[in-house]
Each structure stands twice: as C-alpha cells, then as structure tokens.
Design a binder for this molecule. Structure first.
Ligand SMILES: Cc1ncc(COP(=O)(O)O)c(C=O)c1O
Length: 352
C-alpha cells in the first residue's frame, strides 16, 4: 500500500505552487519576486527585503544530521503546530475520516482535526499505580482512523511510550492510517528518537520542535519527519515562504552552540529535582508525576486554588482540570534557579 493513497485525492492532484525562490535561487539581479530592492531600516545584512528560502538548505541539513535522517525526509515548519495542521489538511477528509488521540494530551491534535472536519476518537491513557500508559487494547478496538497521534514524553502527563508500542501500532494500521509520534520534549528524556525509523516504516511520522530544548519558541520552528513521499506531499500545501529569515538565522546560531543547550538541560534537570523534593513533601500535594520532560504534573484539591494562589504570588501555573482524567491537576513548568526559588518559597507558605 502506497502511503500517498491515504492522502486526500484533491491534495494528491495539486501541482505545488512554484514561488520565485523555488524556481530560481537568489543569485544575480533579483527582479522576479516583486520585492523592494532596498533593505528596510535597521537591516544589518539580513536582506529582510528579500523573501526567504522556502526550505533553507543549511538549516535543513543541520537538522537532518541532528535527527539522523536524510534531508528529503524532513520538512521545516512554523513550529510543530504547523506540522500537525499540514497532516490534517493532507490526510483528513471532512465528514469522513477519523483522528485518534489519547487524552490527556496536547490539545492541538483534536482542535486541528475538528477544524478540518475530522471526527476525533479519544482513547484515554490509563492511569496506573506509578504512571500513565497507552490503552493498547482500547486503540485496537477503536474504529479505523486516518491519523493516530501519540506523544512521548507526553504533555501534560510526562509519561513515555515504549518504542515497541509505537511501531506495533504503525504496523497494525499500515493499511489505513499514519502514526504520528510527537517528540516535542524528547531532548529532556533519555529516550532515543524514532526519527531514524521513518525510512523503514512508511506510515510513521515524527514531529520535532526547536521550541522547547532549543529555547526557540519565539522563532516558530519545527520539523515533520517522514518518508520522502510524505514530505513531498506536504510541501504542496505549506505556505510558499513559511520561515522568517530572522528565525532561520537564530536557529542556525542556536544549533552552533550545543554546549549551551546541554548546560541548560542539566540546569533544568537540577531545578526539576529540587521542585520534585518539595512537592513530594508538601502536605497539600496529593500526587505528583515528575515525568520525563521540563514540567511536573501534580494533583491537589482543589487544583484551581493552587493556580490562583500562585497567580497572586506572581507565578503562572497551568490548570489541567479540563482534560479527561486530570481533575484537580496542575502542570508546573521548570524555570530558572531564581524562579524555582520563588516557587519553592511560595509552596512552603501555601496551604489550600
Ligand atoms: C506535545 C506538544 N507538541 C507540539 C507543541 C507545539 O510546539 P511548537 O512550538 O513547535 O508549535 C507543543 C507545545 O507546547 C507540545 O506540548
């Protein structure tokens, strides 16, 4: 079965839009894109008057090397949010196709599916004694879906999904669906990415982002990793110039400083361990899921009291009560040492 047979027929039939930069490189006298020939005030050699390369080769090859894949297996996107949206638009026929999610999970999977007119099938994670896990049997019993969204480490529960479960699912649904594994937080865990598997598992798609461990949330840069055919298909529907020049430059700089990133990850882990100790000891915290990412999920009753008391102390936490299974749960992102000091000071003086 060819993966492209699962795509919407009208998307398969589209001829990609050929932008000026895609048709010709940016050498010579550029009179082909209706740009202003003068750089804007403040431009320090960035050429912001010029449209950016739609898929900048230097950044693509840096990320392909980082993720251990070929450059043609990667599409650069405006954050993984855009990757999620492109997959919906390419594969989900409004009123016909289903998208499976495993809540509690990142809300954009269901929102994007609904915007596209897809039906969302929810197979909630199972809460175990110690953690959360996929309901493998529930997923097997669910009606056939076009897209299956998994996330490891998962937001907001922090649990990881064993590689074997992801690959088994991809094999089981290969006739009718794609399995998307969102690895937004993988750099915070010791897990190995599934990116290297996309060459041998055609219906597997991996989402990565520079928003979290690479500290570039403001640049909006993510990547869809999949078979070259899938990437070619998504290129037909992505905006002609999705990536702003300053974002591309900032990403190249960040990728040139791997030691800075490693130090940040180590520091964040130290702060996380400090917080875990305080939360475990706290009489009002009923349950804590430290997880494998840069956040901690806790349960305290009522969760809203923690969120509002923290807000009064100038600290913003995220109430997760609206998610299935997460009554009175609050997600706490790990911050800098001084932010952790404030949070710990607040927690020591707080009781609901
Ligand atoms: C699991 C997960 N996936 C994707 C995203 C979106 O990330 P990006 O900034 O790359 O769009 C987030 C953001 O919080 C997330 O938690």
């Amino acid at each position: 079965m060819n993966l492209l047979d699962l795509a919407r027929p009208e998307i398969r039939a589209l001829a990609p839009y050929a932008s000026a930069r895609a048709l010709a490189d940016s050498a010579g006298i550029l009179l082909n894109a209706n740009e202003n020939p003068y750089p804007p005030p403040g431009d320090s050699g960035q050429d912001l008057n010029r449209y950016p390369d739609p898929q900048p080769a230097a950044l693509k090859s840096r990320l392909a090397a980082l993720y251990g894949i070929d450059a043609d297996q990667l599409l650069l996107t405006r954050g993984s949010d855009e990757g999620i949206d492109l997959l919906m638009r390419a594969f989900v026929r409004a009123g016909q196709d289903r998208v499976l999610t495993c809540p509690p999970c990142f809300g954009m999977y269901a929102l994007s599916a609904r915007i596209q007119g897809g039906e969302v099938i929810e197979v909630p994670l199972i809460e175990t004694e110690s953690d959360w896990q996929l309901d493998v049997e529930g997923i097997q019993a669910a009606p056939a879906c076009r897209l299956y969204f998994l996330c490891s480490p998962n937001n907001p529960t922090g649990n990881r999904i064993p590689t074997s479960q992801v690959l088994d699912l991809a094999e089981r649904v290969s006739g009718h669906g794609l399995v998307i594994i969102d690895e937004a937080y993988i750099e915070f865990s010791a897990d190995e990415s599934l990116a290297g598997q996309v060459g041998s598992v055609p219906n597997l798609v991996v989402l990565r982002t520079l928003s979290k461990a690479y500290a570039l949330a403001g640049c909006r840069l993510g990547a869809v990793i999949g078979s070259a055919e899938l990437i070619g298909l998504l290129r037909r529907i992505i905006a002609p110039y999705p990536l702003p020049t300053p974002s591309i430059q900032a990403a190249l700089q960040a990728l040139d400083a791997p030691n800075d990133q490693r130090h940040q990850l180590e520091e964040l882990d130290r702060q996380k361990q400090r917080l875990v100790l305080v939360l475990k000891d706290h009489p009002a915290i009923e349950r804590i899921w430290p997880g494998a990412a840069n956040f901690i999920l806790v349960r305290t009753r009522p969760g809203s009291a923690l969120v509002s008391a923290a807000a009064d102390a100038g600290i913003r936490l995220r109430d997760q009560s609206a998610q299935p299974g997460l009554n009175d749960c609050v997600r706490i992102t790990v911050g800098r040492p001084e932010e952790t000091d404030h949070l710990i000071q607040f927690l020591r003086s707080w009781s609901p």
